[in-house]
Write a protein that binds this ligand. Structure first.
Ligand SMILES: Cc1cc2nc3c(=O)[nH]c(=O)nc-3n(C[C@H](O)[C@H](O)[C@H](O)COP(=O)(O)OP(=O)(O)OC[C@H]3O[C@@H](n4cnc5c(N)ncnc54)[C@H](O)[C@@H]3O)c2cc1C
Length: 359
């Protein structure tokens, strides 16, 4: 068994949030160990807000990733109305950007290296946390002042879970008449359907009930494209082709409220949102950025101490307060605030338009 040198901060998780935190601390007096499997991340498109761009610029990671700008967001509901947001109205170069998750992770991870692959478990003491890790077949031990869980959620059980009873069908599709720089959000009876500009294609995120998801996954490509046309309407003509389809279960999870001794959760390990407005990673990057600023600002003895943990949680709760019930139009209101770069934090409880007035 190998014992690694003690560090100030151990970060468990090789996703974008853990990597961003490690990068924000690299080269500083705060010693960091990242625990992550360096196997390439799954390839899927992901939308970033303007605020995330600013964080990634400060981390020196922005200009090396390929992005498709979102200049206009068109939000609609069949038979009810629409709202359109344009970047110029908000004085921004773009309302958001679509990039590949795998490319973003590779870029963020390239500049810090992982000391081990997996966090197995840990024990906390008043002054430190003792970690048990694995590196291949080898068991590795390490101590840290603070353990940051950035594992996406599987390690610690969430304290508040709401199952949306929906799956997100994700695919890249090609439209007959693509509209450059336009992202579409359409509220359907089943759930919201987003089409995000992604190179010369569109990244589709279509949230539907589990049986409908099964059905959509089982269709042939032409049948699937026809169903998509029916749900989305004819604004971009027909859909011509689709890449592989996959489905993600959707839930609201939150575990950041009570910090455990010497431990904090960030990104999806702290909160998992509905992807309706593409906010999970944006919140996670802000977690990483705020935590890094706090770590750079305190004396070493303060890192991981109860006062430090409470201060971090208080700061982040301002952005992610209580969870209200919601409906499509609340979603639209939030989409507007998101586009304007103002606080977007409270995910609607239910995105299906169950109310007769909204059907
Ligand atoms: C369909 C869908 C669409 C989405 N679209 C958007 C979008 O457009 N915009 C947006 O902002 N967000 C979006 N999200 C949310 C976004 O993907 C997440 O918020 C983001 O990936 C969270 O990053 P993370 O680093 O916290 O966790 P993850 O990306 O889940 O990464 C966690 C990492 O930790 C690793 N890990 C797990 N256990 C351990 C362990 N024991 N030891 C070490 N490592 C471990 C995992 O293998 C993984 O690599 C979407 C989500 C879904 C499901």
């Amino acid at each position: 068994m190998l014992e690694l040198p003690e560090v100030d901060v151990a970060i468990a998780g090789g996703g974008p949030v853990g990597c961003a935190l490690a990068l924000a601390l690299s080269g500083s007096s705060v010693s960091v160990a990242r625990i992550a499997n360096e196997v390439g991340a799954a390839d899927r498109p992901i939308a970033l807000s303007h605020g995330s761009r600013l964080i990634l610029e400060r981390l020196g990671a922005w200009y090396s990733i390929r992005t498709s700008p979102i200049e206009t967001i068109h939000v609609s509901q069949r038979g009810f109305g629409r709202t359109v947001m344009r970047c110029a109205e908000h004085g921004l170069p773009a309302l958001g950007y679509v990039t590949a998750y795998s490319e973003l992770v590779a870029q963020l991870a390239a500049q810090t290296h992982a000391v081990a692959e997996t966090l197995k478990d840990w024990e906390t003491a008043p002054e430190e946390v003792a970690l048990r890790l694995s590196r291949g077949e080898e068991e590795v031990r390490m101590r840290a002042r603070l353990l940051v869980l950035a594992d996406g959620g599987p390690i610690r059980r969430a304290e508040h879970v709401t199952d949306y009873d929906q799956r997100a069908i994700v695919a890249e599709v090609e439209a007959e008449r693509p509209r450059r720089g336009v992202a579409w959000e359409r509220f359907t009876a089943e759930g919201p359907l987003a089409l995000l500009p992604y190179g010369d294609r569109y990244a589709l995120v279509w949230s539907v009930r589990p049986p409908a998801a099964e059905n959509l996954l089982g269709l042939s490509d032409p049948e699937f494209l026809a169903r998509l046309r029916e749900a989305f309407g004819g604004r971009m003509g027909d859909f011509r082709s689709t890449g592989p389809r996959s489905a993600f279960p959707l839930s609201l999870r939150r575990s950041a409220i009570d910090p455990a001794p010497r431990t904090l959760a960030v990104g999806n390990a702290a909160q998992t949102l509905h992807p309706v407005a593409g906010q999970g990673l944006n919140l996670g990057l802000r977690d990483a950025w705020e935590l890094a600023q706090m770590l750079l600002d305190v004396a070493k003895e303060e890192i991981g101490a109860p006062r430090f943990l409470e201060r971090y949680v208080r700061r982040r709760l301002l952005e992610f307060p209580s969870v209200p019930r919601g409906c499509a139009w609340r979603g639209i209101g939030r989409a507007r605030r998101l586009a304007a770069g103002t606080a977007f934090s409270r995910p609607p409880h239910d995105f299906r338009n169950a109310r007769a007035a909204l059907k």
